[in-house]
Design a protein around this ligand. Sequence first.
Ligand code: AMP
Ligand code: MG
Length: 318
Amino acid sequence: MKVISLENDVCAGGVSSNASPFSTVRCFQFDTFNTITALCDHGILEKATDLCRDYNDLLSKTVEGSDVWNINHAKGAPVAVSSDTFRILCAAERVNKASGGAFNIAVGAASALWHFTDGSTIIPDDEDLAAAIDESDASSIVLGEDEDGQGVVTVPDGMQIDLGGIAKGYIADRVADYLRGEGVEHALLNFGGNVVAIGGKPDGTPWSIGLQNPEGEKGADCWAVLNCEDATIVTSGVYERGFDKDGIRYHHILDPRNGYPVRNGLSAVTVYAHDSMLADALATALFVMGPETGFALAQEFDVSAVFLRDNHEVVYHP
Ligand code: AMP
Ligand code: MG
């Protein structure tokens, strides 16, 4: 573990590409703005955004009839789900166990009490949060298969799952697979802080990925720049979703023990890895755990992690 004192800002203006023959598409899915930049025919990128929409319809907790919606409305009955959903749930279970519960998709009832995206600054009642946390024992999620081998999920009545901490990474992996299958060799996907690089830039240099300064203008103020080639860089930060009230930042990464936003002196955690789904879950988990206890988790999954504290100190696991 290295502790680095941040002397000055290194600014790059977010994800950057100097090459001009690139096509770019933007879409709003998963409650976030997503960008795909690739050296390919624009039609391929249009299909990639269709894929994003399909995954949103499968994994969103608010889209009626999605796998997650079906699970959350099953009142304790088993629900057959797609292989995509099942893979995510298996990975979520793995990271939940490995992180000692820091990563917990069963915080859905608690996260539903917060209003991080609608502009309101209402803080939920203590009792409501406590009741929601009572329904968030991830070990009571049962993953199995029916006789045809289809994944079946059972969650207790009252529990709600929320894949917001892992789904974007999974989708980014799948969209990247699609692009590679279409022969794309140079592309950069940015799904709300989940970046996946296919190859590097056509000139042979890596992509430059700017890490957002939590206190700066979104997309325009970075505190560091990482090189990235055939890899993923995922950041969980207090600036992504949330509100400020009475000088306190209420953000969307919740402490599964009490349902409140984690307040541990961190403002962002960035994970550098090869699997964006795991990187996504791990960035959320490491944010909850902090650098000291998170060290073993980053090691176990063989990922690099950068922790940025409120006081601008940087802790780095190579
Ligand atoms: P991320 O931006 O990947 O760190 O994920 C944060 C999102 O995951 C939130 O908006 C919630 O939907 C969900 N979430 C919040 N806290 C947790 C947690 N402790 N474990 C798993 N998912 C969480
Ligand atoms: Mg995450």
